[in-house]
Ligand binder design. Structure first.
Ligand code: NAD
Ligand code: MG
Length: 385
């Protein structure tokens, strides 16, 4: 029996790499559902190639185009947010890969967990916004959440065979992004074109900006708390520009385990699919003849304030991580439209964190309201920035 995989966000960077993994192992995996936000042409091409049971496009105006283009195939076509949330519960699905971007991932992920589907989690924003709720649901439904984010996959791989051995520290590596060596003066004028050029990884626009601003690493700290049950003071970030060590775990005897490899997301995607097995893969190997230097630096939270703000959100807990995520989504969208400066992003985020009402024990409805309120407040500030 082939594992039936639902890929939410199949047209994106993670989604297309997940399809490459499926292509490498046609005897093991099948794409059962493919979904996209609005790139209908890509979704049509994927559907013709992978012949999933169904496709869903969030943008309802693309429904007819999609349906007509796939009329000759036995592929069910749906559109809209509601369909996207419902499809994950279909009986034949064995695993849901959450590879859409942002807060939009929360509801489909919750539904998939309720329907007892194991989650391969790329969409870190879901854990940032509502990690506690997701963990509660997952334990109620007895559903595993397998990390796809390369750092968390590295930690997860280091933890294999360590059942019962407590973690002393999780050490997340960060490339430092394209602006690692920029002064404050330079950061004040960096452009979106510069920010979109990541030195080591080729990713979607939003996470690429998050990497340049180090909000991505801040979010990964929050993600690590929920995935591995560690306290904030047990999560350390170290800048490692080569991105060869994908992250590390320190145990109580002081031993540190690391996972190394080429920066290639297909490995963590495949490991989430195949866990606990490892599968033969054709991905490029790390060659120590080429890789002669591994270096480490401390992150600078003066220049990269987002990292400090994310730790603050994690310490304050409640709906604060939801607030920081919503404010960040608003400023990143604005930065990509040249409506805010690079450093202006952190200013708006910090002020939004101070202005949205704090809730200690948020319900799902509180998260929805918090997200909307934080976007509204951040949006106002962007307009006047
Ligand atoms: P991307 O922008 O390349 O792709 C996003 C996908 O999600 C697309 O298929 C798009 O159609 C879909 N999508 C976007 N908004 C949506 C919405 N509102 N409703 C439904 N679908 C929507 O992004 P990506 O780089 O593939 O990242 C996806 C997720 O994986 C993000 O949460 C990111 O943080 C995480 N992640 C990515 C990488 C990477 O290497 N790209 C690494 C680690 C984690
Ligand atoms: Mg990562």
């Amino acid at each position: 029996m082939k594992k039936q995989i639902a890929i939410l966000g199949s047209t994106g960077s993670i989604g297309t790499q997940a399809l490459q993994v499926i292509e490498e192992h046609p005897d093991l995996y099948e794409a059962y559902v493919l979904t996209a936000n609005n790139r209908a042409e890509e979704l049509i091409a994927q559907a013709r190639k992978f012949k999933p049971e169904a496709v869903v496009i969030a943008d309802e105006s693309k429904y007819r185009l999609l349906r007509e283009a796939l009329a000759d195939l036995p592929v069910k076509v749906y559109a809209g947010e509601e369909a996207l949330c419902q499809i994950v519960a279909e009986t034949p699905i064995d695993m849901v890969l959450t590879a859409m971007v942002g807060y939009a991932g929360l509801r489909p992920t919750m539904n998939a967990i309720r329907a007892h589907k194991p989650i391969a989690l790329a969409n870190k924003e879901t854990l940032v916004v509502a990690g506690e709720l997701i963990n509660e649901l997952a334990s109620l439904s007895n559903v595993p959440i397998l990390p796809v984010d390369s750092e968390h996959s590295a930690v997860f791989q280091c933890l294999a065979g360590e059942i019962g051995n407590p973690i002393e520290k999780v050490i997340l590596t960060a490339s430092g992004g394209p602006f690692r060596n920029c002064s404050m003066e330079q950061l004040a004028t960096v452009t979106k074109a510069q920010a979109l050029k990541h030195p080591n990884w080729d990713m979607g626009a939003k996470i690429t900006i998050d990497s340049a601003s180090m909000m991505n690493k801040g979010f990964e700290v929050i993600e690590a708390k929920w995935l591995f049950g560690v306290r904030p003071d047990q999560i350390e970030v170290v800048v490692h520009p080569q991105s060869v060590i994908h992250s590390m775990v320190q145990f109580e005897d002081g031993a540190i385990k690391a996972q190394l490899g080429m920066p290639d997301m297909r490995l963590p995607i495949q490991y989430a699919f195949s866990y606990p097995d490892r599968l033969k893969a054709s991905f490029p190997r790390l060659d120590f003849k080429q890789c002669t230097e591994l270096t480490f630096e401390q992150p600078d939270t003066t220049r990269f304030r987002n990292l400090a703000l994310a730790y603050e959100a994690l310490h304050r807990a409640g709906n604060m991580p939801c607030i920081i995520n919503a404010a960040n989504e608003a400023v990143v969208a604005a930065f990509l439209q040249d409506r805010i400066s690079f450093l202006g992003m952190s200013d708006v985020i910090e002020k939004t964190m101070a202005r949205v009402a704090f809730i200690q024990r948020p319900s799902y409805e509180d998260y929805v309201a918090t997200d909307a309120e934080a976007r509204r407040i951040a949006g106002e500030m962007i307009k006047h920035a």
